[in-house]
Design a protein. Structure first.
Ligand SMILES: Nc1nc2c(c(=O)[nH]1)N[C@H]1C(S)=C(S)[C@@H](COP(=O)(O)O)O[C@H]1N2
Ligand SMILES: [Mo]
Length: 382
């Protein structure tokens, strides 16, 4: 080593300088386990949401209980929120390792360090892109869900590698007997660190939980979505933004129901003359907010029978909205056979507001909000 390099090396802190309990194995292991759990919940519920929106042949998602998706997606967003302070705490707990020398001890050691780099990058990307998506409506188009989904596999894969590599350390750190007399070292103690991390995580979760847990509405400073929207329901995309205001209010509007037997057209008056069903169902947005509402309209089994088809068939739904990403959806047979699935004409006791999908919209139990298509103009049984 040259004179200069030696001088630089002297100024870099040494790993041994960080003696506080906060940087100890046990603190890292505790926070790491919680972070791993948060990621596992987040990955599982995210995968589920992806499968519901892009169902492969083998996939089946029940229409009951009606609140199921509300709970899984709420868990997705809240576990992601919890992971943010946990990840920061974890990184802070282990950052002295950056000063370990030599940088690379062996090939396996190099691979391990590289995998941590991938893990941190993927985790950071998932949490920040998810947070941005929750905070702003849809700053990305197709790009966000696709990339968020792809990187989730990178994150969970590298977490598995990391946990496998660290298993011996984890076991040692989580089971070791408490030393009877421990000299309090310099720096933040383990207890202080864990308490701070716990409080930060709790506050972050509480601040967002009100978006989906009604009892927490008034506690959550960050539950920007609440029951305060038009007709006591938030609006995600207005009729003006979707450029459907004129077509939706046109007296010439008709609903086309296309079945193998032919096409049946309904005017709004004809839809209102069909048997009406009233149901309480939540809208559960993929962004994590959800809100219960009372809906009234024609149940899909009734509508399909009135159109010469039968409940249980897949139905392709098209909106008047042509430029957006959510102008079409597919209702699986499981949902079209469920009498709680409505083509809704009313919301909370009033005619559906233009922004909520007038003249009619889909509302089905246990489905992502993005599939609750508004301003419907055509249903196709295939
Ligand atoms: N045609 C159409 N339908 C749509 C959307 C849209 O952008 N266009 N947004 C969806 C999303 S993401 C959600 S969460 C719900 C919200 O319904 P609301 O605006 O009536 O609360 O509508 C869904 N239906
Ligand atoms: Mo949504």
């Amino acid at each position: 080593m040259g004179e200069r390099a030696r001088a630089v090396d002297r100024r870099v802190p040494k790993a041994e300088q960080f003696k506080g309990g906060a940087h100890g194995e046990r603190a890292t292991a505790r926070v790491g386990s919680l972070l791993g759990l948060a990621f596992l919940i987040c990955f599982g519920t995210g995968l589920l949401s992806h499968l519901i929106q892009h169902p492969p042949e083998w996939f089946f998602w029940p229409s009951r209980p009606v609140w199921l998706y509300r709970v899984t997606q709420g868990a997705h967003v809240l576990s992601g929120i919890a992971a943010i302070p946990l990840l920061l705490a974890k990184l802070w707990s282990v950052y002295p390792k950056l000063f370990e020398r030599p940088l690379v001890r062996s090939v396996p050691h190099a691979v391990e360090r590289l995998s941590i780099l991938v893990l941190s990058g993927a985790a950071f990307f998932e949490l920040s892109s998810g947070l941005l998506n929750v905070a702003q409506n849809y700053p990305w188009n197709f790009y966000f869900p696709q990339v968020h989904y792809a990187v989730a596999w990178v994150a969970i894969g590298s977490i598995f590698v990391h946990v496998a590599v660290k298993l011996p350390v984890l076991r040692r750190a989580l089971t070791r007997e408490r030393k009877p007399v421990q000299q309090p070292g310099p720096g933040l103690s383990r207890r202080g660190f864990l308490t701070t991390t716990g409080i930060a995580t709790g506050v972050a979760v509480l601040a967002t939980a009100g978006a989906t847990v009604p009892a927490l509405r008034n506690v959550s400073g960050l539950s920007w979505r609440s029951d305060k929207g038009t007709q006591k329901l938030p609006v995600n995309r207005t009729a003006a933004a979707a450029q459907v205001a004129r077509a939706a209010q046109d007296p010439g509007w008709r609903l086309d129901v296309v079945t193998p037997a032919g096409t049946r057209q309904f005017t709004l008056a004809e839809l209102r003359a069909l048997p009406q069903t009233t149901v309480d169902l939540p809208i559960a947005c993929v962004e994590g907010w959800s809100q219960m509402a009372t809906w009234r309209g024609i149940s899909f089994p009734d509508l399909l029978r009135a159109s010469g088809s039968s409940p249980g068939a897949d139905v392709h739904v098209s909106s008047l909205e042509k430029n957006g990403l959510y102008g079409v959806s597919v209702l699986p047979g499981e949902h079209t056979a469920d009498p709680l699935t409505l083509l809704a004409l009313e919301l909370n006791g009033e005619v559906l507001n233009l922004d909520h999908g007038y003249p009619c919209r889909v509302i089905a139990p246990s489905r992502p909000g993005v599939l609750q298509t508004k301003w419907v103009e055509k249903l196709e049984v295939r």
